[in-house]
Design a protein around this ligand. Structure first.
Ligand SMILES: Cc1cc2nc3c(=O)[nH]c(=O)nc-3n(C[C@H](O)[C@H](O)[C@H](O)COP(=O)(O)OP(=O)(O)OC[C@H]3O[C@@H](n4cnc5c(N)ncnc54)[C@H](O)[C@@H]3O)c2cc1C
Length: 637
């Protein structure tokens, strides 16, 4: 089946304005008649709930954490992109659009990316009006710094806590609507299924994580903002609660999953240090503004970094990519770090690390300036590693960080299930095969503040929505299925903990579907995943009961979905016989070891339809048409 992204006609620069004009409006007095369900309170969900309620819709908002402010978005450090061009460096909407399409290795939908660049400037205005304390320059304008894949400074930031400050802005807007009674907040609820009636998303089934009670909620549309699935790798920089459950269970109800193998491995993270580690820590990409990446030229060089003279160091990114230097995009920086370590030049105890050195920047600008820019990141690094990065270079290594794949959505952000909209990291929409730094916050807020408020109205006015009740049979059936799955998990009473299974599936994914992939490894991974999944259902130990607070049960549910979803990622990676962005199949590389695309055969979005566990999913494709940028081999030299 060919998928229709429903991209409006006309000039790229005019599509969104025209579409907004053509979308049917919901009369202000009628908005309160619609009940919208929003799942997730990160930047995408928080901004969507606040904006929809502000428009007059009745909103129910759900999240796993005890407060919307604890969504994973709070962890975002480095910044958010926008094409304001305050720095007079020649930035523009067009340049941000072009950089994003190119950064994603030409695997994103042009029209979506252009719209994202267009609304980027509105986001900054909105957040400033909310009081988000962005850094400012000497003249009072908002300050900018550089992120990878761009030659202009367009990243707005609030020290190393940009996500936290933006989320506080969205949270304030959300709580204003809670106060007005337009949003009803349901914290500590986990969505475990979607209720589909006559082909339309009409509600959700959630588990109250404190009491264990299963609840049914009905609505006229469901807006899924449940974040990314990087935790399928077990070790990642994502918050512990990040998961694929809500998205995957919608997938099982008919929503196609797009490009699941597109994973982003971030180059600047604190290296793994032991077998029993459960989390990896990101050192923000902003550090590559001033930090220089290097390894000793000689693999046998075991001197401490400060004793290795310039002549014996290889600043491999600066040497190989003189135009972009240390600020090449993440996929390129990560692969190069791996390449250096594979050649035996890795540093530290495990030899799986490279240096990120601030000595030159401190000499040039002084420690106080560097501390002002990155102080909290340096402090965090020192707390974790007991090394002082002002005195000795940081050691960094790539780690799983972000997932570009997600539920397939059309230009209106609607999935293949009518009335199920997907926003933020949970959808696949804007980043192609590699996301540029500081573009996730931009996308989440664009989706929530500026896109869904328009497109949901078009759906609600244009659809026949019969009254539904949580007493309808479809709700009861879905609840029964949720209960049956929980009981099945509790009944196994095997010998291995959920975390043990999670760690193992993560290792399989990292080894065979990680930074570099090959067909033999992927085939092997598929078999290993199937075997592990079978063992999970025979040997998992989930202590406790369902009608209580039970974190093992919560995790078991999420890991059981990872067990199925991991196979879909591998299937997708096997089907894409090319390399692009974060998907690097070793058989497809240029002479310089860069990703080699096959535009003739793979210039498309791969979207998968669920057919059952252990049954081959059906492949659908959305061809990508580039009318405004020329497809070229990416070069950052
Ligand atoms: C360490 C780190 C630093 C980052 N720094 C940056 C940066 O500087 N700039 C940038 O642009 N991007 C950054 N990113 C990426 C960015 O933070 C995320 O992509 C973005 O915050 C995702 O926002 P979201 O709203 O889509 O999802 P999230 O913030 O992940 O929110 C998901 C929400 O869904 C809820 N949820 C999930 N599953 C369920 C369920 N089953 N039932 C009910 N609720 C559910 C959660 O409770 C939560 O409220 C960073 C990522 C990491 C890991």
């Amino acid at each position: 089946m060919l998928l229709d992204g429903k991209v409006p006609g006309g000039l790229l620069t005019e599509k969104w304005d025209r579409h907004r004009f053509e979308l049917k409006l919901v009369n202000p007095a009628n908005k309160r008649k619609f009940q919208i369900i929003v799942v997730g309170t990160g930047l995408a969900g928080g901004s969507a709930s606040a904006s929809l309620a502000e428009l007059g819709y009745d909103v129910k908002t759900f999240c796993i954490q005890d407060s919307p402010r604890r969504a994973h978005s709070i962890a975002a450090q480095g910044g958010i992109n926008a094409a304001k061009n305050y720095t007079n460096e020649g930035d523009s909407i067009w340049r941000l659009f072009y950089d994003t399409v190119k950064g994603g290795d030409f695997r994103a939908r042009e029209a979506n990316v252009y719209r994202l660049a267009q609304v980027s400037n509105n986001i900054i205005d909105q957040c400033v009006a909310q009081g988000v304390p962005f850094a400012r320059d000497y003249g009072g304008l908002l300050a900018n710094r550089s992120f990878g894949g761009a030659q202009v400074s367009r990243t707005f930031y609030a020290r190393g806590q940009t996500g936290q400050q933006l989320l506080l802005g969205a949270y304030s807007a959300l709580m204003r609507q809670v106060g007005k009674g337009k949003v009803k907040m349901y914290p500590r609820r986990e969505m475990l299924d979607l209720v589909v009636i006559n082909g339309k998303a009409r509600g959700i089934v959630v588990r109250n994580l404190v009491t264990g009670q299963i609840e049914r909620h009905a609505g006229d549309a469901v807006v899924l903002c449940t974040g990314g699935y990087g935790n399928v790798y077990f070790l990642s920089t994502n918050a512990m609660a990040c998961n694929v459950t809500a998205a995957y269970r919608c997938h099982k109800r008919g929503a196609l999953f797009a490009n699941p193998c597109f994973t982003q491995i971030h180059p600047t993270c604190i290296p793994v240090h032991g077998d029993y580690q459960a989390k990896l820590t990101l050192m923000s990409e902003s550090l590559r503004n001033d930090g220089r990446v290097w390894v000793p030229k000689n693999p046998a060089d075991e001197r401490p970094p400060n004793q290795i003279p310039e002549s014996d160091r290889d600043y491999y990114l600066e040497n190989k990519y003189p135009s972009f230097g240390n600020l090449v995009p993440r996929d390129v920086a990560s692969r190069n770090a791996k390449e250096q370590c594979d050649q035996g030049k890795g540093v530290g105890e495990t030899a799986l690390a490279v240096y990120l050195d601030f000595a030159d920047a401190i000499k040039r600008d002084g420690q106080a300036v560097i501390a002002k820019k990155y102080g909290n990141l340096f402090q965090m690094y020192e707390k974790i590693t007991a090394d002082n990065p002002y005195q000795t270079p940081m050691m960094i290594y790539p780690a799983v960080h972000y997932t570009m794949g997600g539920l397939w959505v059309d230009y209106n952000l609607m999935s293949t299930i009518d009335g199920l909209f997907v926003l933020g990291e949970a959808n696949f929409s804007d980043h192609g095969a590699n996301r540029l730094g500081a573009s996730a916050l931009m996308q989440g807020l664009a989706d929530g503040y500026f896109i869904i408020p328009y497109t949901i109205g078009g759906y609600l006015t244009g659809s026949r929505l019969d009254r539904v009740s949580v007493e309808d049979q479809a709700f009861r059936d879905t609840e029964n299925e949720v209960n049956a799955r929980i009981q099945k998990m509790l009944a196994v009473q095997g010998k291995r903990t959920v975390d043990d299974f999670h760690r193992q599936i993560g290792l399989i994914m990292w080894d065979y579907c990680g930074m570099a992939r090959n067909n033999a490894g992927l085939e092997k991974a598929r078999k290993l995943i199937q075997e592990l999944r079978a063992e999970f259902w025979e040997n998992v130990l989930v202590p406790g009961k369902t009608d209580d607070l039970n974190q093992s049960l919560e995790r078991a549910g999420r890991v059981s979905d990872f067990m199925e979803f991991a196979e879909l990622m591998v299937i997708d990676a096997l089907a894409r016989q090319e390399s692009c962005g974060g998907h690097f199949n070793e058989a497809f590389q240029t002479e310089d070891n860069e990703a080699k695309r096959d535009d003739e055969n793979f210039c498309h979005v791969a979207a998968w339809e669920y057919n059952g566990v252990d049954v081959e999913p059906a492949f659908h494709k959305e061809p990508l048409n580039f009318e405004n940028v020329e497809l070229s081999q990416r070069s950052y030299k």
